[in-house]
Design a protein around this ligand. Structure first.
Ligand code: HSE
Length: 317
């Protein structure tokens, strides 16, 4: 039996990125699904990492291809950790469906590592190491999902000239309806979804998206859900990506017809997310979204949730 000296377990929530016009900049933690990551220090010191999947999740098991272990590998290099480590991942966030699955794993891994080795990382450092994990699935470091998963609430992230994020608490009446199609997506789905985005855009498209993004930020600052949802309209990325989502138009129109205040692709898709203030209407919106996917012969499940408060250490020994 392997000998374990110490371990730490952390949990991190699902998230939705972009919120329409905030491509790679906006994120929102979702109190819906959680990944748990446990990091154990083994008795040997060969600087080795190994991954153990707790619930047979079909995620990469090679260290450089898995978001949690990639983040841990970078942290172990930075802190010159020689202990052999076992990273146990319990997936709760659906994989490859636009709910920040890889980000939840790396956010939980970074929080667990920081606690286990008492690294005292700043929030920006936690964010940067968690984003390292995103390279495994998106091909680039993007910070929106990891920031939302780490810190919860609504986050705005800027990565140049230096990394910076702002977290804003969410209005109490903000309710999210997430519709998750029952699909298996390609391993590098985010990379594919990024490849269809236009490389050049007309300046008036930029102006419209920027105006919408400013409305969203103002809505969060003013804690005004109506205002937030007025800005959830993306005319650059979403029109290019909707071709990747069978049923997109129907899901969207059904949600709006059932009283949703706004609807958009969750992250890189294919899940869709609607926004409402009405608890009564939320399940009606969800059913209508599911029906939109059924018209394209796709089964889906809808969930009603609120924003999440972020990643946490749940046990340490
Ligand atoms: N901002 C990223 C994208 C999120 O839309 O590609 C991916 O989850």
């Amino acid at each position: 039996m392997k000998e374990t000296f110490e371990f730490c377990v952390a949990a991190a929530p699902s998230s939705t990125a972009n919120l329409g016009p905030g491509f790679d900049v906006f994120g929102l933690g979702l109190d819906l699904f959680y990944d748990k990551v446990s990091i154990s220090k083994l008795a040997t010191k060969n600087g080795k990492l190994r991954i153990a999947l707790d619930n047979n999740a079909s995620i990469p098991s090679k260290v450089r291809e898995n978001s949690a272990s990639l983040s841990v590998m970078k942290l172990a290099q930075k802190f010159k950790i020689k202990d052999d480590l076992e990273i146990k991942i319990t997936k709760g966030v659906p994989i490859g469906l636009g709910l920040g699955s890889s980000a939840a794993s790396s956010a939980a891994a970074v929080i667990a590592f920081n606690e286990l080795f008492q690294c005292k990382l700043t929030d920006n450092e936690l964010l940067d190491f968690a984003a390292e994990g995103e390279v495994s699935s998106a091909g680039v470091k993007h910070y929106d999902n990891v920031a939302a998963s780490l810190f919860g609430g609504f986050v705005i992230v800027r990565s140049f000239p230096t990394l910076q994020f702002i977290k804003i608490n969410t209005p109490k009446d903000l309710i999210l309806v997430v519709c998750v199609p029952n699909l298996v997506t390609p391993v590098k789905k985010t990379k594919v979804a990024r490849s269809v985005i236009p490389k050049k855009i007309p300046i008036d498209h930029l102006t419209k998206n920027l105006a919408n993004a400013c409305i969203i930020v103002s809505g969060f600052f003013l804690q005004d859900t109506n205002l937030i949802t007025k800005g959830i309209n993306d005319i650059i990325v979403e029109p290019a990506r909707k071709i990747l989502i069978d049923g997109y138009d129907k899901v969207r129109s059904n949600a709006l017809r059932s009283g949703a205040l706004a609807v958009t692709i969750s992250g890189a898709g294919p899940s869709m997310i609607a926004f409402t203030k009405s608890t009564k209407n939320a399940s009606k919106i969800g059913n209508a979204m599911e029906q939109g996917f059924v018209d394209s012969k796709i089964q889906s499940s809808s969930y009603v949730c609120h924003p999440s408060s972020g990643a946490k250490v749940i046990s340490k020994y």
